[in-house]
Design a protein around this ligand. Sequence first.
Ligand code: TYM
Length: 332
Amino acid sequence: TPRVFSGIQPSGGLTLGNYLGAIKRFVQMQEEDFETIYCMVDLHAITVWQDPADLRRNTRELAAGFIASGISPEKSILINQSQVPEHAQLGWVFSCVARVGWMQRMTQFKDKAGKNTQNVSLGLFGYPALMAADILVYHATHVPVGEDQKQHLELTRDIALKFNHDYGVDFFPITEPVIEGAATRVMSLRDGSRKMSKSDPSDASRINMTDDADAIAKKIRKAKTDPDALPSEAAGLKDRPEARNLVNIYAALSEQSVDQVLREVGGQQFGAFKPMLADLAVSKLSPISGEMARLMNDPAEIDRVLARGAEQAREITAPILKKTYEIIGMVG
Ligand code: TYM
């Protein structure tokens, strides 16, 4: 069976962008004909300094978010990256396969480093090599992600190809990005040209999965829009990034296409549409945040789930790493 891998950084709380761009799809793929592995990527999180207590809490809360959203530890392997050491081990190998020039082209690195390219961690620079290892240490074939990870997945293919070529083997598969749906790029509620992000300094720019109903309604009410009514078809959202974003969110939450949504709400003003969107968001998100809070009352149970996930994962990763080392010529 084809194998799915994807990961999320425990570097802060989950946002609606993570949920619609990634987790919702993770749940769907779990129900389809795939073997699914989902990961808290704590080793990636520390490429930027994390307070240890926050990292511990965010990792468990992310695990709770996965489970509350419908990822079942019975159907999927749910892991924390540092508990499966083969990720870091293959990551080192891929640091030796990937080229510095490839990393320098990564737009996410350029965005995160800004002008300060000399004083970021070496890990932030080499981040995509570890990400390729996350995927390929399972020989995963499908990787569901939001739009912003596309370039990293192209690099994953380049690393697999170069490894196979350099060692004259056909060992690592070429993985397919799965970037689908109305919300592969959820934008900030304050600025339609920036993506919704857990690291945006403005909390009003995003909906957090832990926001309560009042906070969600307030953020949507205050979301930036333009003064025009909603159009009756998708083409009318061109050049209206804020309007398009809210309609995309509505479509993704209600599992309709943008055109279906606009058939229903075209001609309405935002004064009428925003409360509909807020009600829909609250009805979809509050059961999840309620369940997350309940799971967080028993962190020991979360830790047991992750320990079991790590054991299952290592049954896959240990033989793949061993074979990789053999191909390279490591004695042992
Ligand atoms: P991260 O933690 O930034 O985001 C996790 C997932 O959420 C998606 N996402 C979004 N989708 C739509 N709109 C948004 N505004 C939005 N913000 C985030 C991301 O595309 C991602 O799918 N490098 C990865 C983590 C990672 C990984 C991997 C992913 C590490 N190893 C292996 C896949 C496979 C990251 O930083 O995601």
